[in-house]
Design a protein around this ligand. Structure first.
Ligand code: PLP
Length: 390
């Protein structure tokens, strides 16, 4: 039997050991951990809705009306009016014929890819895709082919090399660890040319980009072809929990019949769906929040450029600083923490070896002076941690 303790020790030596932080209160730009307050730049609560009083009120109201647990899977007796109403809202909002709720984004990706592909089929994935999309192809038993990040020529070459079977192209809409956007209109054209499905995971674009926050895919493809599939999550900009897939009538019916991660699991609490409906309305009315995010991002990028910090080419609220080794990224994270600032170090295998980073994210609830505090602390860290060219 493999010795778990020595494997864990080895992980620590490589500075790849991960630990949880226990938040004593709500998710927000200021969080309390171990009796101390921290200014946080590492949630995906981009619009600050996770602790919005109107979303909290909707959750309470939902619990009063629908109870807590759903009590069963959607296809048994767990599908409530709250779920249905949210699906209808999401279909209307994204301009797709139908939407289907999943308990999590991870399960939604597994559910779509396993329902549409299997042995003998091929799934093409951007090299920097989220782990759930990679795992989805592996679980499906399809051949997994990875193309160069955002590179249409690389994708076309790989498509030309494969034979029969169903083809599915999957990509993050906004890349979760890099913050840049996938060329979705180019991808749709390539998918159409090759009679392939296109699955876009817009976890980080939904609520943040596009008109009324409809997301990166909908912003780019207003009249989507029936082969394009949108997946987005409700646990990020919407500040709640869960995920959905939107697409054609036939696609959604197929998922209901065949997605094992939809069928064989308890429906999420209906009150959470009720809260997500309230959050969706706040997203639609939240242009001022998106404008504010934009200003915070610009302020950070201008300041970081002045300090010669290793910014990446992102204009979304995900603003990573590329530091290289896991050790350097961790040293930065620890040095910031000593200064009361929370930014997680993202290390392999979440990102490639040598591409460890600080994943800085912004929320509309940050103040401009929060950004200045972060920049000041980063400049002190850069002076104190020698191992990096900045
Ligand atoms: C967070 C995330 C997921 C998973 O969504 P959950 O609802 O947290 O399971 C999937 N894809 C991407 C790109 C993500 O960032």
């Amino acid at each position: 039997m493999r010795d778990l303790v020595s494997a864990l020790d080895e992980r620590k030596r490589q500075r790849l050991y991960r630990e949880r932080q226990t938040l004593e209160g709500a998710q927000d730009v200021e969080v309390r951990i171990g009796g101390r307050n921290y200014l946080s730049f590492c949630s995906n609560d981009y619009l600050g809705l996770a602790s919005d009083p109107r979303v909290i009120a909707a959750l309470k109201q939902g619990a009063e009306r629908f109870g807590v647990g759903s009590g069963a899977a959607h296809l048994v007796s767990g599908h409530s009016y709250a779920h249905q109403a949210l699906e209808d809202d999401l279909a209307e909002f994204t301009g797709r014929p139908r939407a289907l709720l999943f308990s999590t984004g991870y399960m939604a990706n597994l559910g779509v890819v396993t329902a549409l592909t299997g042995r003998g089929d091929t799934v093409f994935e951007d090299r920097l895709n989220h782990a759930s999309l990679i795992d989805a192809a592996l679980l499906a038993g399809a051949r997994l082919v990875r193309y160069k990040h955002g590179d249409m020529a690389s994708l076309k070459t790989k498509l030309a090399e494969t034979g029969g079977g169903t083809r599915l192209i999957a990509t993050d809409g906004v890349f979760s660890m890099d913050g840049d956007r996938a060329p979705v209109s180019g991808l749709e054209a390539v998918a159409a040319d090759h009679d392939a499905w296109l699955l876009v995971d817009d976890a980080h674009g939904f609520g943040v980009l596009g008109s009324e926050g409809r997301g990166w895919l909908v912003d780019q493809l207003r009249k989507p072809a029936p082969n394009s599939i949108l997946m987005a999550t409700l646990g990020k900009a919407l500040g709640t929990f869960g995920a959905f897939v939107a697409g054609s009538e036939a696609l959604i019916e197929t998922l209901i019949q065949q997605s094992r991660t939809f069928i064989y699991t308890t429906a999420s609490p209906p009150a959470v769906a009720w809260a997500a409906r309230a959050a969706l309305q706040l997203v639609r009315d939240g242009q001022h929040l998106r404008d504010r995010l934009e200003l915070l991002i610009q302020r950070f990028r201008a300041g970081a450029a002045q300090l010669d910090l290793p910014l990446m080419s992102s204009d979304t609220p995900i603003q990573p600083l590329l530091l290289g080794s896991a050790g350097t990224a961790l040293s930065y994270s620890e040095a910031l923490r000593r200064r009361g600032i929370l930014v997680t170090a993202i290390r392999p295998p979440t990102v490639p070896r040598g591409a460890a980073r600080l994943r800085v994210t912004f929320s509309a609830r940050h103040e401009p002076e929060h950004v200045d505090r972060l920049l000041e602390a980063l400049s002190e860290c850069a002076a104190e941690i020698p191992d990096v060219a900045c």
